[in-house]
Design a protein around this ligand. Structure first.
Ligand code: HEC
Length: 452
């Protein structure tokens, strides 16, 4: 309606005036009916919208958390109603970017709203965002302390906590990297069940990234790389290793941290990031389990340059000489990155199938998409994983800070990156066939390659 009314005076009327007037009248009637606060069918905040926000938004949108505004009450939410409608319909919020119509949809910690919830929010905003009956408001949620481990709800407190060495984060400045090496205190090899990396509450806003890897001593007594421990970026829940897999925490090891701070205006004295580890129980049968690791899989190996206002697609190919199961997938691109997808191609059968697709990539959020137990793709030996990333350095990319720049691969936020973190369980032929057989009946989405 406002479009018709505001544009008309500036442009010569192209329609007969009577038709325009009639149309405006129709718009007014329709608009008026929608905004009627007395309509009992109206979607209201108290009854319909508050529960959705409690469940999906308040974890971040409450005082002291990372969301820039609080959504704890109607008064706090009301001014943002139009923007909420816009962001939920574009699936920008809650921040969990993963296509709803391609690949495996069964994901642990999936934050995507259902179509139904999105529709409820849209109808509420279109109805004028009414409060409704305040006595129908749901009871407030009791939120756990922000310093608590998020996986504690599922697994209890961690079995082992390894803090980084203290570092004073300045209030202002550029990107900072802090890379201390600390002893783990682990004195026998254990199988990891889950891992969570937790920034301190005061540095929650400035801890951009915190990666950690295990080091062990070789025969010459030198410390060398063992495996990745964890990878953390804002919004990420942690990593959960499937029941039948063992990710090893090695005895007599050290942790090498790579923490990327980006000052957010608050100085934090002697900050420490912590990694919490939950182990499989003592009676966990390591012999009967398969080894799992989390590695970074690169796309195009060499350098690339994205021209000003240009676009680029790059791919990476990986295969294994034994069957594997993929347990999680986490793309990593920066500001010009717009999408990444993962496919599998089996040359024996000629089958090519999508596993996962993120076509609304947002570099502000690095999430590990953990496939639900029983839905992880099973990949036959020799099949090829195809990773594809797309970049847009034009002004059409809303995250692009400067379309006039050449952009190359590099570490800084304004450079580009292209790799994916994939947790892989390394199977043998027998284990692969057993897992495949277990799925035959109940599993509609499986990467069976030539084996079925
Ligand atoms: C995991 C944490 C998290 C969750 C869950 C979350 N948000 Fe946000 N939200 C943020 C952060 C952080 C920002 C700041 C912008 C950014 O970094 O993307 C934000 C920004 C916003 C904004 C303002 C955007 C702007 O441009 O100013 C709105 C509106 C919003 N969120 C709505 C929602 C709604 C509605 C939900 C639930 C359906 C939700 N958010 C769930 C973290 C979250």
């Amino acid at each position: 309606m406002s479009r018709v009314m505001t544009e008309s005076p500036g442009h010569p009327l192209r329609w007969p005036a009577a038709l325009a007037t009639a149309l405006i009248a129709v718009f007014l009637v329709v608009g008026g009916a929608e905004a009627d606060p007395g309509d009992p069918d109206d979607v209201t905040f108290a009854e319909d919208v508050a529960p959705i926000l409690q469940e999906n938004c308040q974890v971040c949108h409450q005082p002291g958390q990372i969301g820039p505004m609080s959504f704890m009450s109607y008064e706090e939410v009301r001014p943002w109603a139009p923007m909420i409608k816009d962001l939920v319909t574009r699936r920008e919020m809650p921040p969990y970017h993963y296509d709803t119509d391609i690949g495996i949809q069964q994901l642990k910690g999936d934050k995507r709203l259902s179509e139904e919830d999105i529709q409820t929010i849209v109808e509420w905003v279109d109805a004028g965002a009414p409060l409704g009956d305040p006595t129908a408001l749901p009871d407030p949620v009791e939120w756990p302390d922000m310093s608590e481990w998020r996986l504690a709800g599922e697994f209890g407190p961690p079995d082992h906590v390894i803090p980084s060495a203290p570092y004073t984060v300045p209030a202002n400045g550029q990107d900072l990297w802090w890379e201390p090496v600390v002893p783990t205190g682990i004195n026998e090899d254990r199988c990891i069940k889950a891992i969570e990396t937790k920034p301190s509450v005061p540095a929650m806003g400035s801890t951009h990234h915190a990666n950690s890897r295990f080091l062990v001593q070789n025969e010459a007594g030198e410390w060398e790389d063992f495996d990745r421990l964890s990878e953390f970026a804002r919004g990420k829940l942690g990593e959960i290793v499937p029941q039948d897999a063992c990710r090893t925490a090695p005895a007599n090891s050290r942790v090498s941290w790579s923490i990327h701070y980006y000052p957010d205006g608050n100085q934090v004295h002697d900050d420490q990031v912590e990694v919490g580890i939950w182990y499989h129980d003592e009676d966990f049968d390591e012999e009967a389990s398969y080894p799992q690791d989390l590695r970074s899989y690169r796309l195009q190996g060499g350098d690339y340059d994205i021209p000003p206002h240009g676009k680029l697609m790059t791919q990476g190919f990986h295969s294994f000489d034994h069957p594997v199961r993929l347990d999680s997938f986490q793309p990593h691109l920066h500001l010009r990155g717009v999408a990444m997808g993962l496919e599998v191609f089996d040359s024996k059968s000629g089958e090519r199938e999508w596993i996962s697709m993120i076509s609304n990539w947002n570099a502000g959020w690095n999430l590990s998409h953990i496939y639900e137990e029983g839905y992880q793709p099973l990949i036959p030996a020799g099949a090829v994983l195809i990773l594809t990333a797309w970049y847009d350095n034009s002004a059409n990319n809303p995250h692009n800070p400067d379309p006039d720049q050449w952009v190359a691969a590099g570490q800084r936020t304004t450079d580009e990156m292209s790799h994916a973190w994939i947790a892989v369980t390394h199977l043998d032929q027998e284990g692969y066939e057993r897992l495949l057989a277990e799925r035959e009946t109940e599993q509609p989405v499986a990467m069976t390659g030539g084996a079925r």
